[in-house]
Design a protein around this ligand. Sequence first.
Ligand code: APR
Length: 233
Amino acid sequence: MTDIRNIVVLTGAGVSAESGIDTFRDAGGLWEQHRVEDVATPEAFERDPELVLRFYDMRREAIQQKHPNAAHEALARLDREWEGGLMIVTQNVDDLHERAGARRVVHMHGTHLNAWCTACDVRSPWTGTLIERPACPDCGERSLRPDVVWFGEMPYRMDEIFAALREADLFVSIGTSGAVYPAAGFVRNANDLGVRTLELNLEPSQGSAWFDESRHGPATQVVPPWVDEILAA
Ligand code: APR
């Protein structure tokens, strides 16, 4: 492992599951409780903004009650101690990576703790609700929506993510089902670039076959030993 200098880590809902945040596609997950078409598309927001805003208000409030777990803390330690390149690309809209102390984090699907004004395009820190259609702190318009990438919308900071993949020596995927593109395609991009690939997941994901190595188990049990290993190498 001594030839590893630059690392890209992709995380999904599984890394926050043990903090008590529902994943999307596991048994009893969010997409069993709510239809994607009702709460996570621009068309849904157009059709029934109240339903969508209530859904994200509920989630925004819930995540503020949760705490980082040992997997978040291990990745924050990696961020502090790894002298090479590191990008933690998260599909998650919670702030548990940052609350654990990680800094080199990219939220490709947005974040719950911002509101995005569709009138002036400004994103403002937001911990409260949006259902009452509050005014944008910047332009005063009542055009705020959750700063979350919905199905059919372009994920954020893709150029930076692909640039980091091109520089990477190791790509590690943690707690994601490999069901949603473009994130699910990163492992194949990495393969094409000759980057070493490792999956850390509770069970084999839809993309497991593309990884050089897979280790299965709860994130709090498989991530800390991997971080110890790579920092000791
Ligand atoms: N530790 C490790 N992995 C876990 C754990 C755990 N404790 N619990 C569940 N997992 C794994 C599951 O096995 C599954 O492979 O995490 C994955 C969660 O998959 P999804 O629920 O599909 O979540 P994710 O892959 O992050 O979804 C991708 O889809 O709904 C959209 O935009 C949303 O960012 C999300 C994207």
